[in-house]
Design a protein around this ligand. Structure first.
Ligand code: AKG
Length: 252
C-alpha cells in the first residue's frame, strides 16, 4: 500500500498526501464517534476541550478542539483508520514507533480562523530526542475553501524556526517569516489523509465553505534512544501523564 516512494517524498518534503488510505465507510465510523463527542462538547471535561479561535479574552466555540478523543471514546482505537494509521506510522518512522496523542479540530461553516503557520515541535515540552508523525484525517472531503491543510515543502530540514504569539489569538504561536509563495495546499477526498513530520511548517485555511470541517489527528512517535531503557521510560512517563484525560473522561 505504501511504498518507498512515499517514504522518500516524506523525507524530502516533510509531508505526503495519501488520497485513498481509507474507505468512505471506515471514515464514517470515525465521523460518527467524533460527532457524538462534539454533540456533548460543553459537557466534556474542561481538560479535554479548547477553542483554537479564542481571543485574548474569550474562550468560546469558534474552533472547538477535543484533546485525546480516543480516551473519551475508546471505540476510536478499534477503527480501521486507527489500525492503518498505526501500521503506516510504524512503517514510515521505524520499529519502536507508538501512538502518543490524538485530537480533533472542527471548523464550523463560515469559520474565519485560519490555523496559523507553525511547527508542531515548537509545542514540545520534553527535551527527549524523537521523530514524530501526524496523520490528519478529515471526516468529509475537504477543499481549499473548506479549510484544508497547507505545507511549506522542505521546511522540516531547517530545525526549529522562530515563532511569535498571534495578537488576539490566545495561546497561538506563528512561524516568523514564512514565504507563502512556496506553500502547497492539500485538498483531500473522503478517505484521504495528510501526513507530516514534527518539524514541518504547516497551517490550514479558514472554512469559508458551507460544510463543517472536522479532522481527526493522530500523532505517533519514535524515540531516538540509544539505550532501550530510555525509550521504555519515555513511554511510561507519557502513559502516566495522559492518565488524567482518560480518568476525567471515564468519570462522566
Ligand atoms: O486541523 C487544523 O486546522 C490544524 C491541524 C494541525 O495543525 C496538525 O495536525 O498539526
Amino acid at each position: 500500500m505504501v511504498g518507498e516512494d512515499v517514504r522518500e517524498f516524506l523525507a524530502e518534503n516533510g509531508f505526503v498526501i495519501l488520497p485513498d488510505l481509507f474507505t468512505p465507510a471506515e471514515v464514517r465510523e470515525v465521523a460518527d464517534a467524533l460527532d457524538a463527542l462534539f454533540a456533548r462538547f460543553a459537557e466534556l471535561p474542561a481538560t479535554s476541550t479548547l477553542d483554537l479561535g479564542a481571543t485574548a479574552g474569550e474562550f468560546g466555540r469558534d474552533v472547538p478542539e477535543i484533546l485525546y478523543p480516543s480516551l473519551l471514546a475508546p471505540a476510536l482505537r478499534d477503527t480501521a483508520v486507527f489500525r492503518r494509521s498505526s501500521d503506516l506510522a510504524r512503517r514510515l518512522l521505524g520499529p519502536g514507533t507508538w501512538f502518543r496523542f490524538d485530537h480533533s479540530i472542527r471548523k464550523p461553516p463560515g469559520c474565519a480562523y485560519e490555523t496559523v503557520w507553525h511547527q508542531d515541535r515548537v509545542h514540545k515540552r520534553s527535551g527527549l530526542p524523537e521523530r514524530r508523525l501526524n496523520v490528519w484525517v478529515p471526516t468529509a472531503p475537504v477543499a481549499v475553501a473548506d479549510g484544508c491543510l497547507r505545507y511549506v515543502p522542505g521546511s522540516h530540514l531547517g530545525g526549529v524556526l522562530p515563532h511569535e504569539p498571534v495578537p488576539g489569538r490566545r495561546g497561538a504561536l506563528r512561524t516568523v517569516g514564512v514565504d507563502e509563495a512556496g506553500a502547497v495546499d492539500c485538498p483531500l477526498p473522503l478517505g484521504g489523509a495528510a501526513l507530516h513530520l514534527f518539524e514541518t511548517v504547516h497551517g490550514a485555511h479558514p472554512n469559508l465553505g458551507a460544510s463543517t470541517r472536522t479532522a481527526w489527528i493522530l500523532q505517533f512517535t519514535r524515540p531516538r534512544a540509544l539505550v532501550p531503557a530510555a525509550a521504555w521510560l519515555h513511554r511510561a512517563v507519557h502513559r502516566r501523564h495522559i492518565r488524567r484525560w482518560g480518568d476525567a473522561g471515564a468519570a462522566r
